[in-house]
Design a protein around this ligand. Structure first.
Ligand code: FMN
Length: 479
């Protein structure tokens, strides 16, 4: 099957990286911002003051209007900081992205309007207006991916990063929607393709996921959407670009199907956080590096517990495949001996590891911090982190290309939970897309599972580059 072949083909090895240009073609870097030649509606927002646990528990529903949509985006996909280093600066968003390249685009349908979220201007561009309402008591949030943005830098392995980023974007939206009291319904058979467009050669955009966010029973008139003419004229993103064909082949191969993931019913508990829910979302950043210090076992277990597939954010999006378990390099955790551990979220592996706690097993004791640096493409994040994770999947369960997509999106969502949980506990996380796949798969798991995403948490080095900004002022910082 194509997805599995391409996963194999895009593995990194210590002596051979997946195919890419091998240098950064700065001249031709695609723009992070898609801009349609369309009328704009400026967005506004309000602040939400809810405690940390409300990220996961039910909240009172807000009315649906432009200010709520602005607030949804402010807390999920908008620009919220500038990182400045010497003479260069770049914008970062509420959601993380591999290489900060942000391949995903967002479309919002509300009332009779079909719009695109212009991230730079914090506005909605009107692409079409139906004669009647397309959606009542809700909005439709649609995600698209422009693979070129990742492929430009990462070549063939970009196909993985696009899907992981998409998992992060879905999770980001799910937490933000929950704070507004919205329920989420995934719609598999939305006529997505109508929005797909290409601004220049290699700039294909693939519409991938659609969700209705609603505060009551909603009504969606798909025919009205289909009958509305769209203006999809947009500015090109890059001057010239090399085409990494396999990335596009994979995106063409995702046949849509109904898939109903499973949920567990275990009660959720919370360690207190000194930050409120919105602070946690807005403070989330990737760690620049770590000070090699310890976190507590109870904090780690509390974080892991939030990754379980309960029918709450972000898994209430139904965008997971119950196909991610976690290998952990415990480098510095009070209450746990250093070593390699296995956390069974989905019971994917038959094993005889020593059980330590519910779902937690010891594979091997020892100091593996140097190994965790090496495995993560020799990044220090692995070595100095308190814990370094590999999210691993059972590829036997992947019998369709679409299952692969769901698996990687699930990994992105698990990463997103760990990012937020780390902030809640006053520490920090960082996603890691660059790792030597088979060192994890073969040395630790005897080839039974495949690593799809790595992650680290720990005590962060102070990142003095960050200047927080609000989404409306972002455009003033962008040249
Ligand atoms: C899928 C994914 C893979 C990533 N891989 C790495 C990595 O290998 N090394 C690293 O230092 N950061 C990595 N990051 C972190 C990004 O560089 C970071 O999200 C981006 O620069 C934006 O910064 P922010 O997270 O503070 O918003 C990754 C992030 C994601 C979502």
């Amino acid at each position: 099957m194509l997805a599995k072949i391409l996963h194999e083909r895009t593995k990194h090895y210590p002596n051979k990286f997946a195919k890419s240009l091998g240098y950064l073609d700065w001249e031709n870097q695609p723009s992070y911002y898609k801009e349609y030649l369309a009328p704009k509606i400026e967005l506004d927002y309000f602040d939400i003051n809810l405690p940390y646990e409300r990220l996961y528990t039910k909240n009172f529903p807000f009315d649906i209007n432009l200010k709520t949509i602005g607030t949804l985006l402010k807390n999920s996909l908008a620009i919220n900081a500038i990182k400045r280093l010497y003479t260069s600066q770049w914008e970062v968003r509420v959601n993380p992205s591999s290489g900060n390249l942000h391949p995903e685009e967002t479309y919002i349908i509300f009332e009779n309007k079909i719009t695109h979220f212009n991230v730079r201007d914090f506005s909605l561009e009107i692409l079409g207006e139906a004669d009647k309402e397309i959606i009542k008591n809700g909005i439709v949030v649609i995600f698209g991916t422009i693979p070129l943005r990742e492929a430009w830098k990462y070549g063939e392995r970009a196909l993985r990063y696009c899907l992981l980023d998409s998992g992060h974007a879905i999770a980001s939206m799910a937490f933000s929607a929950n704070l507004l009291g919205f329920n989420i319904t995934k719609i598999e058979h939305f006529p997505f393709k109508k929005l797909e467009n290409k601004t220049a050669p290699n700039e294909e955009e693939y519409i991938e996921n659609a969700f209705v966010l609603h505060n009551k029973e909603f009504e969606l008139n798909i025919d009205e959407f289909l009958n509305t003419p769209l203006n999809l004229k947009a500015l090109p993103l890059a001057k010239d670009s090399i085409r990494w064909e396999v990335v596009y082949e994979l995106f063409e191969s995702f046949e849509k199907e109904e898939y109903s993931p499973k949920f567990i019913n275990e009660k959720i508990t919370f360690l207190p956080s000194k930050f409120n829910a919105e602070e946690i979302i807005q403070n989330r950043r990737s760690a620049l590096g770590y000070i090699p210090e310890f976190i507590d076992k109870k904090e780690l277990l509390d974080m892991l517990d939030k990754t379980l597939p309960r029918n709450i954010p972000p898994f209430n999006t139904n965008a997971h495949f119950n196909n991610i378990d976690i290998v952990m390099f415990i480098n510095r955790v009070n209450g746990l001996e250093s070593g390699i551990y296995y956390y069974s979220r989905n019971n994917l592996l038959k094993h005889n590891f020593t059980q330590i706690e519910d779902r937690l097993y010891l594979i091997e004791k020892g100091d593996f911090s140097e190994a965790s640096k090496f495995i993560n493409c020799t990044q220090d994040l692995g070595k100095f982190s308190s814990v370094s994770f590999s999210f691993v999947a059972d590829f036997e369960r992947i019998t369709k290309n679409y299952h692969y997509k769901l698996t990687l999106e699930e990994a992105g969502m698990v990463g997103h939970i760990l990012y937020l949980e780390a902030e809640a506990k006053g520490i920090r996380g960082c996603g890691i897309g660059c790792f030597f796949d088979d060192l994890i798969n073969n040395e630790i798991l005897d080839g039974k599972l495949q690593a799809v995403y790595d992650f680290t948490i720990g005590i962060p080095l102070m990142d003095e580059r960050i200047i927080k900004i609000n989404p409306k002022e972002a455009k003033n910082y962008i040249s």
